[in-house]
Design a protein. Structure first.
Lengths: 353, 247
């Protein structure tokens, strides 16, 4: 580019390749006065070239374009942005408006969640006696998905967790000659806390995400609307079988996880602390109270319902295609785990404070 | 002087597993024309396009784009060819997590060193060309089917491609939206002198825009020539396609 007598001569073609260099040159002539832009040497121009000319015209108070070939003039006419209406500037939101909006959003979410909760509980209790609106065998197939398919991973993780807990505590207990108390520790921690919590967190990740993504996909592909149009209640048809299956499976999974976790502890007790099997088992049964077992299994029901309700809620609120499905699935897992831990804390306060 | 084809295939065979979808396809697509690839559902139209553009690797045969054999071309070299081709997918294929503006910015940011202000201007012009001037801040999920296709068209022409390939642009659109999209495609041909390849089986659309027709049936080319010649063709499949479709 060359500037002479207030005329800017452009001496190369104006295409995507040349424009970055031209933009750099533009900085050098920014202070000059330009009244005309000579395009005589320009043989090829594309949309980037026209955008560059627009940039020049905006920077130098609209200089005239001169010596354009008909071809360049035609392309300029097609791609020039100067004639387009100015884009609307978005209004910056006030800080208090943002707070108000998020509070309002939270209130709406809470309201919707409570309605859904009431709906799910209502239809789940109705569903125990009235099987109308359910798909045949859906509770069994859901139980297989939620329960049986999760046996392996829950069993394995409980066993490893049992081993770790026992091993970590054994090293300390041994110093005081309190080897046998590893049985107390394993029994209490697995029955009241680790068994239900570990099972629920795995289920939140595994089944909660599956519930949320399944319902969300049904929502964005209008399958839920199709059910409604067939006069079928989507909650009864889709959610209630999952609710029943989860209610059925979770106590069994918790019992299994607890027993396997204690078994892990037993192996450490035998191999590392020289405790006999009989002594360990007797100690476990001595320590565990009915209250501990009932609270452990009882709270797992609440965890299970939390997973189904949160998964369903996020599923029903999905929008915007595959992207929306992914978003709500992630949100549902995070929210499920959060509320499981909050419920667990509340439970501990109520029963053990 | 005879024009050289901008895209040509010789003996192109495409397979899904053991099933042969395209059998020895020989076609020529010439610059500056709108070529419509048509045929019934499942005849291999989209497969042909995807094999030409190497979205599927051809089983055998030769594909030339801009005179260069591309089936065995290295990826960087083929990418250079791809940067001169825009594709409008059946469902738009906009990236759902990005706004319309960001979607159109992808090829401009990835394949050029243009500054943000130039990119912004190009995007505004391209959106204006497809009559979506006010949609730049919207997300794809906020657009209707027709708007999505127009936004995807704006993305396809972001780099001023020499060839524009449209896979079923009218599918799922009402006749008016479909006609306006055809109008847009005709404008692109006229104003930007693009070579346009369209896969469709919408007769109204074919009548409006086609210069040349390539008729596929059961994985073979039954006819290749002008629209007028296609309408006069005595080949039973083509005859019944135009007759039944005109009801």
């Amino acid at each position: 580019m060359r500037c002479k007598n207030n005329i800017l001569f452009i001496e190369t073609d104006l295409t995507k390749k040349e424009i970055p260099a031209k933009m750099n040159e533009l900085k050098k002539i920014a202070e000059k006065k330009i009244t005309q832009i000579d395009l005589d040497a320009v043989k090829i121009i594309d949309s980037a070239g026209v955008a560059f000319l627009d940039e020049l015209q905006q920077k130098f108070s609209k200089p005239d374009l001169i010596n354009l070939s008909p071809e360049i003039e035609r392309t300029h006419k097609i791609f020039s942005s100067l004639t387009l209406p100015k884009p609307q500037q978005s209004i910056k939101e006030n800080f208090f408006v943002k707070i108000g909006e998020s509070l309002l959003g939270f209130w709406q979410t809470a309201k919707k969640a409570v309605y859904l909760l009431a709906d799910i509980f209502f239809w789940s209790f109705v569903g125990i006696v009235d099987r109308k609106g359910h798909r045949k065998g859906s509770v069994i197939s859901q139980s297989l998905l939620i329960g049986v398919d999760a046996l392996g991973i829950i069993g394995l993780l409980s066993f490893i967790l049992g081993l770790i807990l026992a091993l970590q505590s054994a090293a300390q207990l041994r110093q005081f000659g309190a080897n046998i108390f590893v049985a107390d520790l394993m029994a209490v921690s697995m029955v009241t806390e680790m068994g239900p919590l570990l099972t629920s967190i795995i289920l939140a990740g595994r089944s909660g995400s599956a519930i949320a993504s399944e319902i969300a996909t049904m929502k964005v592909t209008e399958e839920l609307d199709a059910l409604k149009m067939m006069a079928i209640n989507p909650i009864r048809y889709v959610v209630v079988p999952k609710f029943h299956a989860m209610t059925l499976c979770i106590p069994l999974l918790v019992i299994m996880a607890t027993l396997i976790g204690i078994l892990g502890g037993l192996i450490i007790a035998i191999t590392y602390l020289d405790i006999s099997v009989v002594a360990f088992v007797n100690r476990v049964f001595d320590v565990i109270t009915f209250k501990d077992a009932a609270v452990g299994i009882g709270k797992s029901f609440f965890f299970a319902w939390t997973i189904v309700i949160i998964g369903s809620y996020y599923g029903f609120t999905a929008s915007g295609g595959a992207e929306g499905v992914g978003k709500v699935t992630t949100k549902s897992v995070v929210a499920s785990i959060f509320w499981i831990i909050i419920l667990d804390a509340l439970n501990s306060l109520i029963f053990y404070f | 002087m005879k024009k050289e084809p901008i895209i040509s295939t010789r003996g192109l065979v495409a397979k899904y597993g053991d099933a042969t979808i395209l059998k020895n396809i020989d076609i020529d697509i010439f610059p500056g024309e709108i070529t419509v690839i048509l045929g019934g559902s499942g005849c291999g139209k989209t497969t042909l396009i995807k094999n030409i553009l190497r979205l599927f690797q051809p089983f055998s045969g030769e594909v030339k784009i801009f005179g260069q054999e591309v089936t065995q071309l290295d990826e960087p070299e083929f990418d250079r060819i791809l940067s001169k081709i825009g594709m409008l997918f059946q469902n738009g294929a906009l990236l759902n997590s990005m706004s319309i503006f960001d979607n159109i910015a992808i090829p401009l940011e990835q394949h050029t060193k243009l500054s943000p202000e130039i990119i912004k201007k190009i995007i505004r012009v391209k959106l204006n060309l497809v009559n979506l001037a006010k949609a730049e801040k919207l997300m794809p999920s906020e657009l209707s089917g027709g708007m999505k296709k127009r936004a995807a068209l704006a993305r396809a022409i972001a780099l001023d491609p020499e060839i524009l390939v449209c896979d079923e642009p009218s599918a799922g659109l009402d006749p008016l939206t479909s006609a306006s999209l055809d109008e847009l495609i005709l404008n692109l041909k006229k104003l930007l002198k693009m070579t346009i390849v369209i896969v469709t089986h919408e007769l109204a659309s074919i009548h409006r825009i086609a210069d040349k027709i390539i008729f596929l049936d059961a994985g073979k080319v039954l006819f290749s020539g002008t629209l007028t010649a296609a309408k006069k063709s005595e080949i039973p499949e083509i005859k019944s396609f135009f007759e039944i479709g005109s009801f």
